[in-house]
Write a protein that binds this ligand. Structure first.
Ligand code: ADP
Length: 376
């Protein structure tokens, strides 16, 4: 009748574009839209949050208002927030867990197409976490669905490197990971008060990791990165047991001492039956103002580790790239914005983007699937 009034179909279509920031799916699909009324130029909508005090209530409200205010004829948007009741939450959880109310680790299901990379290093401080967040952010920027499990239990640093201060939301036993730069991130650091140290023994770490992999809702991922603690400890073994089809990425510096320990971390694959997807050399050189290269930590560590692992594992293990020292990589980490997302000339960024592209191209062959093993 009045062509200037908002059409219901247009309002519905606009609401269909609003996604839950953690679940990354439309509110509508998740049963989070309650009443929608159109009264002249005013649209009123009630959004049901999964839990009271949902940390993302403001962004959900703003996104809903923004989407609706773009619809022709809408003059005013009123968003009311409510909270799901237990039956609605149960329905949501059932929907997220998929048919059959899946329990267990979704990445081990035969139908899973997620490539799982466990990022390992011989020792700390070689840039393993920096490499992990940059590869993850680069792949997410390419449109892949990416998650990170920060399993570096004693030295967790992924939340800071990704600029995450938010806690995960819990919907009963389901944990929704915060999303930063398009990447879903869960870290043991999100479950400890302040900067408390974690002094857990192997079995507790194993259970914590298992819980991360079962109870955290990652949804369908193309790639999952696990940032392992340095060395060949309990967590690395737990990862091999819990995610037998995960592949190792070994990060080393060019220094021969670092390469020796990195080789040990990679050679674990011989015992666990995991594959090694490749070696990444970090801190390879420092570019001097005159364009020269200063090889601060020596040279050749990455190619040495790749060659020795190829011999030990009887497989062609490539050196995926060599990343130079770059102040902006460290600054990006301190600021919570991975270097790959910035602009300007940076050889380190180019290398990281090249490695991310190479990993994104690797198919996840079903022949790589193995049954869980147990190591004693
Ligand atoms: P790890 O996870 O192996 O302990 P981090 O990723 O935490 O290592 O890196 C250790 C430190 O080195 C961090 O301060 C990080 O910003 C810095 N860093 C890592 N790689 C580089 C690089 N290529 N250039 C400059 N600084 C780097």
């Amino acid at each position: 009748m009045n062509r200037d009034l908002p059409a219901e179909a247009a309002v519905r279509a606009a609401l269909g574009t609003v996604i839950d920031p953690e679940l990354r799916r439309p509110l509508d699909e998740l049963g989070m839209l309650d009443a929608v009324t159109i009264d002249g130029g005013t649209v009123r909508v009630k959004v049901l949050l999964t839990i009271a005090g949902c940390p993302l209530r403001d962004s959900i409200t703003a996104d809903t208002e923004a989407a609706l205010s773009r619809v022709d004829g809408v003059e005013r948007v009123e968003v009311e927030l409510g909270v799901m009741d237990q039956a609605q939450r149960d329905a949501l959880k059932a929907q997220l867990k998929g048919a059959g109310g899946r329990r267990g680790i979704p990445f081990n299901e035969p139908s899973s197409l997620t490539r799982v990379y466990a990022v390992a290093s011989g020792k700390g401080g070689v840039g393993k976490s920096s490499v992990t967040v940059n590869l993850a952010a680069a792949m997410a920027a390419q449109g892949l669905r990416v998650g990170i499990v920060d399993a570096d239990v004693y030295g967790f640093s992924v939340p800071a490197l990704m600029g995450i201060t938010q806690q995960p939301t819990r919907v009963d036993e389901l944990i929704l990971p915060p999303v930063a730069h398009g990447v879903k991130v869960i870290s043991i650091g999100m479950f400890v008060e302040g900067n408390q140290p974690i002094s857990w023994r192997g079995p507790m770490l194993h259970r914590a990791l298992e819980q991360f992999l079962t109870d955290v809702y990652f949804g369908d991922l193309d790639v999952l990165f696990l940032d392992l603690p340095p060395g060949t400890g309990d967590i690395a073994i737990s990862v091999a047991q819990l995610l037998p089809s995960s592949e190792l990425l070994v990060v080393t510096t060019p220094q021969s001492a670092a390469a020796d320990v990195a080789e040990r971390a990679g050679a674990m694959a011989a015992q666990t039956g995991q594959r090694v997807a490749g070696v990444i050399e970090n801190m390879s050189w420092l570019e001097l103002p005159d364009g020269g290269k200063l090889e601060l930590f020596g040279a050749g560590g990455g190619s040495t580790v790749a060659a020795r692992l190829s011999a030990t594992l009887d497989a062609a293990i490539p050196l995926l790239g060599s990343i130079p020292l770059d102040v902006s990589l460290r600054e990006g980490g301190d600021a919570g914005t991975p270097l790959v997302l910035g602009r300007g000339d940076s050889r380190a960024r180019d290398e990281l983007l090249g490695i991310a592209a190479a990993l994104a191209r690797r198919p996840r062959g079903l022949e790589g699937l193995k049954l869980p093993v147990s190591i004693r």
